[in-house]
Write a protein that binds this ligand. Sequence first.
Ligand SMILES: [Zn+2]
Length: 264
Amino acid sequence: MKILLWLLAAWPLLAATISNGQTFIVPYSQSYKLYMPHTTIDHLLIIPIPYQAKPTTRWLRIDGKAVKLQIKRKRYPKEHLSVAPSKVHPPKSVLKRIAAEFKEAKRIYAHTIPKSYITKPFILPIKSVITDPFGVARLFNGKLSSYHSGTDFRATMGSPVRAINDGVVVLAKMRYYAGGSVIIDHGRGIYSCYYHLSHFKVEPGERVKRGQIIALSGQSGRVTGPHLHLSIKIKGISVDPIQFIDAFNPAFKTVSSPHLGSKP
Ligand SMILES: [Zn+2]
């Protein structure tokens, strides 16, 4: 009997599944314990799962209760691209620049400010259709080269691009691959990135509001035509922006607006 009671007490009271490249978001009221990269906003525990994560089971404790988190492997589509061999590897003259830009971005994403600028749900940066979703594996000449680390939206040259939430601009400059780039720090290790821009409307250090026009879309960097690329980084991990927003917004409303529904 004692063993049975112990087993029941240890049994997971909650179970959830999440895929690689997605973000697991769960509310907590008192405490949490886990051993994987994560952050919090108000009373939401936010856990980004890397694209490269292998299927596994992780255990968390939320308010003293065990939560079984099953990480599944999502079958992201593959994209085959045939290009001249020289296009796969950038010319030697720009390798230094690429390395410096990579290092700079990594340093930005590794930094977590304790403050959160997020007081409202996220919005999309542009009213348009998605042309290339997150996670598509890219094979250049049959060799797996990379995966699509963000969401592409259809955009003509010069379309207004809006901040998806409040934050502070930490980068606004031209880069080799991403072209005209803006990165916004939303606080607590959450960043949004906007690429291939043609014109900047903000400067580093500037405080921005959700919906504010931060840039105009373009076709700068390594692209085949004009579009807007949006990335979201959480604790340095690239996650599917659409899945993140779809998971975050309803959860955020429940923790941030206790009086929601009491108004007409
Ligand atoms: Zn893209």
